[in-house]
Design a protein around this ligand. Structure first.
Ligand code: URA
Length: 196
């Protein structure tokens, strides 16, 4: 029987998780969004990007002209990294590496044209390259031999604390809209606002 993502035990995060927050959305999506890892709320609800970061994520999607139902959404690490089940913590490299299996499985199954990475962990897990906000951000590139193009963004949670970055982020999202339109991927017309 093939290994099931929902019952994964590839790393020790299975010992403390409530559930695996599996990749989800439209399995025929042309666009995939890749986050870092579930937090407390995602672990409880089984869905990516809930709570405050989820609100920013929804705003970002709406600005780009996409809905959750249009995209495939997954995290580089699919179980919540925590300190004794209490505080969220950053995922460790062993956890990111163990979970890469499921990212590769998503890429093969969904076959998106564009993968939008949210934050350093997502970008590095997808591409194997070091993230650099200056040169990698909003600079689409297609690794040789891969069928998808990567488009790197800062993590949405960053904007909760760094509201001064919002104008820059808006520019990056306009670049993403242009990329999707150039690739013939349907998006809703821009409404021009981005409320937070
Ligand atoms: N942050 C992420 O990167 N992913 C989630 O699903 C929630 C918060």
């Amino acid at each position: 029987m093939p290994e099931s993502e929902a019952f994964c035990r590839r790393c020790r995060l299975h010992e403390t998780r409530t559930q695996v927050v599996v990749g989800q959305g439209n399995p025929a999506a042309e666009v995939m969004f890749l986050g870092e890892a579930p937090g407390r709320q995602e672990d409880l609800l089984g869905r990516g990007f809930q709570g405050a970061a989820g609100k920013v994520f929804e705003d970002i999607l709406a600005f780009v002209g996409l809905r959750r139902a249009d995209i495939w959404l997954a995290n580089a690490v699919r179980c919540r990294p925590s300190v004794d089940g209490k505080r969220n913590r950053a995922p460790q490299s062993t956890e990111i590496l163990a979970c890469h299996h499921w990212l590769a499985a998503d890429l093969e199954r969904v076959h998106p044209q564009v993968v939008v990475t949210l934050g350093r962990v997502a970008f590095e897990s997808l591409t194997g390259l070091a993230w650099d906000g200056e040169t990698r951000r909003a600079a689409p590139f297609k690794p040789p031999g891969d069928s998808w193009e990567a488009f790197g963004l800062y993590h949405p949670a960053y904007l909760i604390y760094r509201r001064d970055l919002k104008n820059m982020y808006r520019g990056d999202l306009i670049a993403l809209r242009t990329l999707l339109a150039d690739r013939g991927i349907p998006i809703e017309p821009a409404d021009g606002t981005w409320a937070q």
